[in-house]
Design a protein around this ligand. Structure first.
Ligand SMILES: Cc1cc2nc3c(=O)[nH]c(=O)nc-3n(C[C@H](O)[C@H](O)[C@H](O)COP(=O)(O)OP(=O)(O)OC[C@H]3O[C@@H](n4cnc5c(N)ncnc54)[C@H](O)[C@@H]3O)c2cc1C
Length: 428
């Protein structure tokens, strides 16, 4: 094993959306960052399709507002539908700018966004990106730098790199999480869903928002995500797997309520995949100089389209604090506020996703009947619109100890407690 004598300020493990956002923000503050990923290019499978206006603001902070506008389309809101596809309730968004200056709901294709993020990362002079390297462990001694062990996948060589700080952005099966002895708490939600992406030159002519079919027999979600791309998600029944649905002809009856008269031959199946939607939260997000961000720290079922957004919020919350500490503007104690601020916000968003997922899928025929009665009146329930239907997320938790207050985009150090913000702690 070779070893470098240079201690890097920050090593980011994982170049998914969370890692790339954290590394880019750090680079913008002038911090030197090494980013490591097991693959050389972005993960090609479509996953996230929605982000809200606050996350858009973080994307804009990275310098990608115009580029993101070109690959995304504002959504008109949310429709709850019964098993016969009758509209139970509709919650519209006008597509105009919300209080963060961007549309409140935006549809996109995750690999396209990741390609933008990755190109922007590699354009930062203080960032080095190394693909095709598998991080195998992270070690921390009582004093001294953090050691990152890795294997170069192209040569098979093992190597050790030292860094002052390590950010574990290595997704759901995080090696960094394991290395610091953190474990995922299971928040008791687990469902298997089929995710289907289809391209077609036909305009399906559907209402351009998210359609949630509340059906205990087969809950479903539909949305248009780009000019030619459409996404469906269907809850899988016991015994079914994605292999049962790999042919567009088999999928056709499930898609037909939306595809209408479009010939099946004109529907190009981009991919079909099975995902187990889980709700999990790491029991701790930090061990000394090692931090967990994104899916490494939390898993949110995608019913409210907030999982990737949570990772970007983590990055935006931590990056300016870490830069401030490394550059001597901030006391290291400010780093304690990362988990204090981000964990409660994330926990609330996960709970909300569980409520929405459960409401869509549970209760049998009685549940379907109750939904038919209750859904049209949901807008009358105080707080429901703000919590589920517009992009407002819970306020940032008050940190227990913080000697500084952050202003948007910077770190003017002054003695005070951290202000409550609506940004889930992202403070961009
Ligand atoms: C079907 C589906 C729909 C979704 N819809 C939405 C949505 O609409 N909105 C939303 O906000 N979120 C959504 N999500 C969630 C979103 O996709 C994830 O939360 C997001 O990708 C997490 O980003 P990340 O950077 O934290 O982790 P990842 O995207 O998993 O990236 C982790 C990176 O770390 C690398 N890595 C892992 N292990 C190692 C190692 N040992 N060494 C080196 N590199 C390593 C990986 O190669 C990868 O590049 C959805 C998810 C699914 C499955």
């Amino acid at each position: 094993m070779s070893s470098s004598s240079n201690v890097l300020p920050v090593v980011v493990v994982g170049a998914g959306p969370s890692g790339v956002t954290a590394a880019t923000l750090l680079a913008q503050y002038g911090v030197e960052v090494l980013v490591l990923d097991r693959w050389a290019s972005v993960y090609p499978q479509p996953r996230a399709v929605h982000l809200d206006d606050e996350i858009y603001r973080i994307v804009a902070r990275l310098g990608l507002a115009d580029e993101f506008a070109r690959i995304s389309r504002p959504s008109q809101g949310l429709r709850l539908m019964d098993p016969e596809h009758r509209v139970l309730a509709e919650f519209r968004r006008d597509g105009g700018a919300g209080r963060h200056g961007f549309p409140q709901a935006n549809m996109f294709d995750q690999p396209e966004l990741e390609a933008l993020l990755r190109a922007n990362l590699c354009a930062q002079p203080s960032v080095t990106f190394r693909g095709d390297v598998l991080v195998t462990a992270v070690h921390q001694s009582a004093a001294g730098p953090v050691r990152v062990d890795l294997t170069d996948r192209t040569t098979g060589e093992t190597e050790a790199i030292e860094a002052t700080y390590v950010l574990g952005c290595d997704g759901a099966n995080s090696v960094v999480r394991r290395s610091i002895g953190a474990t995922m708490q299971d928040l008791r939600f687990e469902q298997r869903w089929l995710v289907v992406d289809v391209n077609t030159d036909h305009d399906l002519g559907q209402w351009e928002g998210v359609h949630q079919v509340c059906d205990t027999d087969r809950a479903a979600t539909y949305m248009r995500i780009s000019e030619r791309r459409y996404r469906w998600e269907f809850q899988l029944k016991d015994g079914e797997t994605s292999q049962d649905f790999e042919d567009i002809a088999v999928l056709d009856p499930l898609l037909r309520p939306w595809t209408g008269a479009v010939p099946v031959a004109d529907l190009e199946l981009v991919r079909v995949a099975e995902y187990t939607f889980r709700a999990q939260l790491a029991d701790r997000w930090r061990d000394r100089n090692v931090f967990l961000l994104g899916d490494a720290a939390h898993l949110t079922p995608p019913f409210i389209g907030q999982g990737m957004g949570a990772g970007l919020r983590d990055a935006a919350n931590l990056a300016w604090k870490l830069a401030g500490v490394l550059q001597g503007h901030l006391a290291p104690v400010v780093l304690d506020t990362y988990e204090q601020e981000r964990r409660p916000h994330t926990a609330q968003m996960i709970r909300l996703a569980i409520v929405v997922g459960t409401a869509m899928t549970r209760g049998g025929r009685t549940g379907d009947l109750l939904r038919r009665l209750v859904a049209p009146r949901l807008h009358l329930v105080p707080g429901f619109r703000a919590r589920v239907l517009d992009s407002t997320t819970p306020p940032c938790a008050r940190a227990r100890s913080s000697p500084v207050v952050a202003d948007a985009g910077g770190w003017p150090a002054r003695s005070a407690r951290t202000r409550r913000s609506t940004a889930g702690g992202s403070t961009t």
